[in-house]
Design a binder for this molecule. Sequence first.
Ligand code: ADP
Ligand code: MG
Length: 407
Amino acid sequence: MSAQNLDALLESGVKGRTVIVRSDLNVPLKDGAVTDDGRVRASIPVIEKLAKAGARVVVVAHLGRPKGEPNPEFSLKPAADRLRELSGLPVELAADVSGEDAQKKAAGLEDGQVLVLENVRFDARETSKDAGEREALAAELAALAGESGAYVDDAFGAVHRKHASVFDIASKLPAYTGDLVSTELEVLQRLTEHPERPYVVVLGGSKVSDKLAVIENLLDRADTLLVGGGMVFTFLAAQGHDVAASLLEKDQIPTVQAYLKRAEELGKEFVLPTDIVVAASFAKDAEHEVVDADKIGESRFGESGLGLDIGPKSAQAFAEKIRGAKTVFWNGPMGVFEFPAFANGTKAVAEAMTQTQGFGVVGGGDSAAAVRQLGFADDQFGHISTGGGASLEYLEGKSLPGIEALS
Ligand code: ADP
Ligand code: MG
């Protein structure tokens, strides 16, 4: 995987050329206003570098899941407005994706100007399973850039999608990786190819079945695996413990048993929590108590008790492993962090991630949201992945269509 990066494009000269940039402007909206502009901010450097170098920049992005047709609710207008405000660049918005307005405005771009096309998912061909349909849209997008055009993929969050503006277009124009994609790939390569040891992987989140391929792939590479979150109960059940009403995927017990066995054969350390915060119900203010991980069924809530967080002893043990690591990858909250009473395990892990001497990477949509919600800043971590799904697929060992297409 050695796609050319943005510097190579800038060196080849972009003045007067139209460059299509696939950005991630998929921001959350409330009543038409952007509630978190992190993705807009993250997209600015590449757009700015190109515009400052004299390129005519056409930004392609999606927002939400409109059903392949124009829908004002999913217009990119709020994101384009924010891009203009934050970057100070001359940014215009086209009324369509590759239609008359987009063509007219793209043709009228002057050096250093930016045109944002309307939500690319307003065109059903963007996500079509039919390669011919996607190619037709990709050709229309490429045509906006003309003969001397180029394509830059800066939307890491979309590289695992075989979509027209991510995959098909890369074969229609000279294609390059934007800085966000280059950085993510470097980080992911560091985690999979030559991680500094000890390499600790922390896994949590809701379901073990969501993460099977990640566990499988990282089991070989990591030295230590720490497991918390909802998935831990399937592990505890696999060891023969009663987990009462905690989240349990019975059908995954044999798989999990196989992981534990393989870890032992490979000499890997599999660390499960030794204590659990058990609650009376799944609620913000539910009564709760800490019990040993093998005594969940014996809490005062009996068989209706639910494990909603790892306990303080476990949190401390996990934090120590994290602090002593040279490389850490963390995916999945340790508990139901959305309820403050059950956020302590996640908080302890996040804090240790900021204290580790090693390289600490946070991946996963909810995990990234959790650290921000708990008051940590992005720059306290080695890296926070911008593309939850894409980074997990990479770590599962899958090939990413958007990256394959670039190389
Ligand atoms: P990510 O998006 O970071 O990959 P997941 O989507 O796998 O993470 O999991 C996040 C969710 O897991 C959170 O909404 C959290 O409430 C939930 N979760 C964590 N621990 C538990 C638990 N013990 N019981 C039920 N849900 C849990
Ligand atoms: Mg999630």
